[in-house]
Design a protein around this ligand. Structure first.
Ligand SMILES: [Fe+2]
Length: 263
């Protein structure tokens, strides 16, 4: 199975957040890139911050763009999203629906089991995993302890060293989350967003990683910056390829570059 991942689309009215960020243009370029891939990914996971402000009008811009994808896709909310508007706009995505306070789901129809967690706190930037969400995770993982599984969550369950983002990180439930997943040898990856760049860390007995944004990236600064900065390093996506030796992750950039040239 070939699982693609993109994250942090931040769709907004063009230029509303910053005149520099052309989120729609960037997402279209990303979709074109994904649609050109051969082999085509079986599934695309989009790990949150689908919109900039969670407004209905932003989801209505996003939806027809995602309908250009030539592969099925799964959505999870990020801290910039609204659970209500996400559910309402993507009504045909049955896994998003229901009256549960959180958007958490497990999907068993692909060779990789997908378990999605909701780390968001309405109107706040940081993430939390409360006891209710963690209890759901424990029950869900116990249902399929053998099948290769990936966990999707917006806020990564580790400190990244980018201090100002860590202050907006998963501030509650991180240790309990690691304790719950640690016994499971079948969790191939924990796939996250939020950081707008690629970062990898061991959590429990598995590998957790963050995915670049499709538009702007968070500046890499492991010092003590006075503020958070974004830049336009090439946006990217990830391909998680399931084979005989488990899951292999490729980080790729979006853009037009010289080549390919024969050796
Ligand atoms: Fe984001």
């Amino acid at each position: 199975m070939l699982l693609a991942q993109i994250s942090d689309l931040h769709i907004q009215r063009e230029g509303a957040h910053s005149a520099l960020i052309q989120a729609e243009t960037h997402l279209l370029r990303c979709i074109e890139t994904l649609n050109r891939l051969r082999p085509r990914p079986d599934l695309l996971a989009i790990t949150g911050d689908l919109t900039e402000s969670g407004r209905k009008e932003e989801y209505l811009i996003l939806k027809p763009m995602l309908q250009k994808l030539k592969m099925p896709f799964l959505l999870i909310p990020g801290n910039h999203d609204s659970r209500e508007n996400l559910r309402e706009t993507f009504r045909e995505h049955a896994y998003l629906q229901g009256d549960a306070p959180f958007i958490q789901y497990a999907i068993d129809t692909w060779p990789l089991r997908i378990v999605a967690l909701d780390t968001t706190v309405p109107m706040r930037s940081h993430g939390e995993l409360c006891s209710a969400r963690l209890a759901w995770l424990a029950r869900t993982l116990a249902q399929q302890p053998e099948r290769p599984t990936v966990v999707l969550m917006h806020h990564p369950p580790f400190a990244t060293g980018i201090r100002l983002m860590d202050e907006l990180g998963l501030l509650e439930g991180r240790e309990a989350f690691a304790d719950i997943i640690a016994p499971y040898g079948n969790i191939e990856r924990i796939l996250c967003g939020h950081l707008h760049r690629t970062i990898v860390c061991r959590v429990g007995n598995t590998v957790a990683s963050t995915c670049p944004g499709t538009a702007h990236q968070i500046a890499l600064d492991l010092g003590a910056p006075d503020d958070l900065y974004f830049n336009f390093e090439p946006p990217g996506y990830q391909l998680h390829s399931q084979g005989a030796h488990g899951l292999v992750t490729h980080h790729a950039v979006i853009g037009d570059f010289p080549g390919p040239y024969a050796f």
